[in-house]
Design a protein around this ligand. Structure first.
Ligand code: DGP
Length: 114
């Protein structure tokens, strides 16, 4: 755990969050500043700073994260679809240095994104 990392602190239970899925390796919780009616963040509990820091041994965890995202979307009733977004680095607007995937849904989502 990176002690200064807000998502590590959420994963450790030190900061509150509305959790929608949790197991030993993954956590899904509602975004504090929702950009859509449904806005969930999915994270590996292990501190990985960004997609650029992924190692081959983390492939399985990330694959499972994407499958879990689909399950969360189904539980939220997003039958019309949803979007998964992963911001990596400053140009993409990554604000939290702990790898995360946004799950957005509940409204029509424009393309291309801003
Ligand atoms: P990004 O720009 O991809 O790094 O998005 C980070 C997201 O994290 C942003 O949508 C707001 C959310 N966020 C930041 N701090 C917290 C927090 O303490 N709790 C929760 N639930 N979400 C947070």
């Amino acid at each position: 755990m990176a002690s200064e990392c807000v998502f590590c602190r959420i994963a450790a239970g030190e900061l509150p969050a509305e959790k929608l899925f949790e197991d030993d390796h993954l956590l899904a919780f509602r975004d504090l500043h929702p950009a859509a009616p449904q806005h969930v963040l999915l994270i590996p509990k292990e501190h990985i700073a960004s997609f650029d820091d992924l190692q081959p041994e983390q492939d399985e965890c990330l694959g499972r994260l994407l499958r879990v995202a689909g399950g969360v979307a189904a539980r939220l009733g997003l039958t019309g679809g949803y979007r998964l977004v992963g911001n990596c680095g400053p140009d993409a607007g990554q604000a939290v240095g702990h790898l995360h995937v946004h799950l957005l849904g509940g409204r029509g989502l424009g393309w291309p994104p801003g």
